[in-house]
Design a protein around this ligand. Structure first.
Ligand SMILES: NC(=O)c1ccc[n+]([C@@H]2O[C@H](COP(=O)([O-])OP(=O)(O)OC[C@H]3O[C@@H](n4cnc5c(N)ncnc54)[C@H](O)[C@@H]3O)[C@@H](O)[C@H]2O)c1
Length: 260
């Protein structure tokens, strides 16, 4: 039976900073939402908040690192909504270590979460979107995929992998009406970056230094990244596919100059 209800969006990493902001924007824009994250109070609180505001939501407690778990989560979304039209993959972890201190476990964990978890979800999404006549996939990458930053070899490799996956999938699925648009946030004020500050001797000074490195003089807010993703997911972006959308306050546009 054809689903004639509002569009359905799956957001992975929905309980965190950017994922929660994306979920709020997509709910506002009329999507029914499957919120995917590891089970816990943050996921439950977001689901309760959106439901209380009158949105249709399904909380799916699931880990993106396991293919069978991802398949079960996608089936749970089928059970709730009969498939989905939009996938935004926000689930991710950070990593900051010099290469000689980047252990095998850190490498494997970072790749499994950020890259392989994105692959598992895309592989679940494509046949479902084909069956619905099209869809939109937004894999969240990072400016770290575009410019080198010391101490982030595993993270950068995972995010560059996401870009390669996304571009290839965009051309593979364009004729099916499926758009794939990777979004690269720059520094954004979430737990993920704040965890990094907490490792510094003076976290407040680290935060100020990070802001000063951004041409706009501050970090992006999660809601600012989410508005771009919501646009990309909307019919207004109907011919955007395979392009890398960078939302970074000017960070990748240039570097510091000797005379300023
Ligand atoms: N914050 C930034 O500056 C920034 C910049 C560029 C890219 N990103 C990317 O944006 C995405 C969202 O990051 P954020 O800053 O909102 O971080 P965050 O830590 O606030 O949120 C990440 C979410 O992913 C979830 N998650 C982590 N591992 C998971 C797993 N195995 N299974 C299911 N869920 C899992 C976490 O529970 C959390 O809710 C990440 O992919 C991150 O790499 C963030």
């Amino acid at each position: 039976m054809t689903d004639t209800g509002p569009p359905v969006a799956v957001v992975t990493g929905a309980a965190g900073g950017i994922g929660a902001a994306v979920s709020r924007c997509l709910a506002r824009d009329g999507h029914r939402l499957a919120l995917v994250d590891r089970p816990g109070p943050a996921l439950d609180a977001l689901a309760a908040e959106l439901a209380a505001a009158g949105h249709t939501v399904l909380a799916v407690g699931s880990d993106v690192r396991e293919p069978s778990t991802v398949a079960a989560a996608a089936s749970e979304v089928d059970g709730g909504f009969g498939g989905f039209d939009t996938l935004v993959t926000c689930a991710g972890i950070g990593q900051i270590d010099p290469i000689e201190q980047t252990g095998d476990e850190v490498w494997a964990e970072t790749l499994a979460t950020n890259l392989t978890g994105t692959f598992w979800w895309c592989r679940e999404a494509v046949p479902r979107m084909r069956a619905r006549g099209g869809g939109t996939i937004v894999p969240v990458s990072s400016t770290t995929a575009l410019v080198g930053l010391p101490g982030r070899t595993a993270y950068a490799a995972s995010k560059a992998g996401v870009l390669g996956l996304a571009r290839t999938l965009a051309v593979e699925c364009a004729a099916d009406g499926i758009r794939v648009v990777p979004v690269c946030p720059g520094a954004t004020r979430t737990d993920l970056v704040q965890q990094g500050y907490r490792r510094a001797a003076d976290p407040a000074a680290a935060e100020r230094a990070h802001a000063a490195l951004q041409p706009i003089g501050r970090l992006s807010e999660p809601a600012e990244i989410a508005e771009t993703i919501a646009f990309v997911c909307s019919p207004r972006a109907a011919t955007i596919t395979g392009a890398t959308i960078v939302v970074d306050g000017g960070y990748t546009a240039g570097g510091p100059s000797w005379n300023t």
